[in-house]
Design a protein. Structure first.
Length: 479
């Protein structure tokens, strides 16, 4: 792969920084969660965008509706069949595209620069004031909260979110100087950013396939903090030990603000309570002085932290705290984050992207606060063999707030199943009194349809295909 540093300015880099309308950018894996929003931003900026993916999806169809050329397969002919003056100036690849990919090989043989998000975003956002939201958990929600709050108050910020925000989608080029981005740590993408504002929601080891040890994970976040502009701001959760450990990198970073429930936090939530809507209301203090009341419309104590981070960013961007808090109170969530999927025969179905043990525990705690004594079914799809292997016992202990638990087969994602780990081992490691393994999604939907009763809440959890279980269940109950 051709590796291009930010300092080594090349023709495509210069043209991208100027949004040259003759620049051609081809995205290999354009339907993926990482590249689809970049394609949208590029298209809105006026450059010529094309791409390919191994399969069609709602994302690729949406891009095609925008007028973007999307090839339905990743073959060399996508590039080699083009006249020389119509070939891409640069090819951006997703983390899933390996060296054996025929379209990638064709680009390299044609001498077209091939880069990953880390190199590409450094150029794309070099002239913007970047607000980068990093952390193991809560990135998408916090990013969406910031975007919602800025836009509700008249700031047309650009953004890239790892999920769809109703009314906004997942990406926009924007006309304001600000650009809000979910700073993904996977494949070290976030190390291509030099933010004006860096948000650290938490730092807890994840992605063992990319970061083999907790120390390697922490070092990557330390580098991310170190890349915050010297006149910029770091906003970090003071209740998270991993984020607090990074304060050692703050002296050369200008300002560091912590938020949380801890009495030492500069931005502090005091005695949050669950309101009648099942969500939290709390008084917010700034350096010990009353600042504003924050009343949320999304459940879970974790969203109090996310909301405080968004409030701190909004204040930095010049918004009145009362206006920012009012906008946050109207924030209703994003797709696959405690998303209400429907109700049939008195059974409520919720879907959530949670796949790390801490996320699963937080989501189920939010469900318990929201739904009280109603019976909660947790349907968990383990995500990747490497994560399940490394965090087996933590996953096994994450279901305490659920009454019934069903574990699906492990979702391989980017990995291969070597047969050495089965989902049944996760069940065996758990001391939950009502946990079982059912492999297939259809079989789980059938089982649920026969066993749920009015008043039950079914929550599907996972970053893969687990959401389909809830949709199938609703269809069966409706029938």
């Amino acid at each position: 792969m051709t590796s291009l540093s930010v300092g080594n300015t090349t023709s495509w880099q210069e043209r991208l920084s100027k949004a040259d309308p003759t620049l051609r950018v081809h995205l290999l894996g354009i339907g993926g969660a990482g590249l689809t929003p970049i394609a949208t931003v590029l298209h809105e900026s006026g450059v010529i965008v094309s791409g390919s993916d191994a399969q069609s999806s709602a994302r690729t169809e949406s891009l095609q509706q925008r007028g973007i050329q999307v090839y339905p397969s990743q073959i060399a002919e996508n590039l080699t069949s083009l006249p020389a003056d119509q070939r891409p100036d640069v090819v951006l690849i997703s983390s899933a595209v390996n060296a054996e990919n025929p379209e990638r090989q064709a680009a390299e043989a044609l001498g077209i620069p091939v880069v990953k998000r880390r190199e590409f975003l450094a150029v794309l956002l070099a002239e913007r004031s970047v607000i980068a939201v990093a952390g193991t958990h809560g990135k998408s929600t916090t990013t969406a909260m910031i975007v919602h709050t800025l836009h509700e108050n008249g700031i047309d910020a650009g953004y890239i979110i790892g999920s769809d925000l109703p009314g906004y989608g997942n990406a926009h080029n924007g006309s304001a100087e600000w650009f809000v981005i979910e700073a993904d740590e996977y494949d070290r993408m976030f190390l291509g950013l030099s933010p004006q504002v860096s948000v650290l929601t938490n730092v807890e080891w994840d992605h063992p396939d990319c970061y083999p040890t907790p120390a390697s994970f922490q070092r990557a976040f330390a580098q991310f903090v170190d890349q915050t502009r010297h006149d910029g701001l770091v906003i970090a959760c003071g209740d998270d030990d991993g984020a607090e450990e990074l304060r050692a990198f703050s002296p050369s970073r200008g300002w560091w603000i912590s938020y949380g429930l801890d009495e030492d936090a500069e931005l502090r939530a005091v005695a949050p309570i669950v309101a009648p809507n099942g969500c939290y209301t709390t008084e917010i203090l700034w350096w010990g002085a009353p600042l504003v009341t924050l009343s949320l419309s999304v459940p879970g104590i974790h969203n109090v932290w996310n909301g405080m981070a968004a409030l701190a960013v909004a204040r930095y961007c010049g918004l009145a705290v009362t206006d920012a808090a009012a906008a946050l109170g109207r924030y209703a969530g994003i797709s696959r984050r405690f998303e209400w999927k429907g109700e049939a025969k008195g059974v409520t179905v919720i879907d959530d992207y949670a796949h790390h043990p801490t996320e699963v525990m937080a989501t189920l705690a939010a469900a318990r606060a929201r739904f009280g004594t109603r019976r909660i079914w947790a349907i968990f799809q383990p995500h990747t063999f490497s994560r399940t292997r490394q965090m087996l016992h933590e996953m096994a202990a994450s279901f305490a707030h659920a009454d019934r638990v069903i574990v699906t087969d492990i979702y391989a994602a980017r990995e291969n199943d070597d047969g050495s780990l089965k989902a049944s081992e996760l069940v065996a490691a758990s001391d939950h009194p009502a946990i079982q393994h059912i492999g297939g999604l259809e079989a789980i939907a059938d089982y649920l349809a026969e066993n749920v009763t009015a008043g039950d809440v079914v929550i599907t959890l996972g970053a893969g295909t687990s959401y389909q279980i809830g949709e199938m269940l609703l269809a069966r109950l409706t029938e």
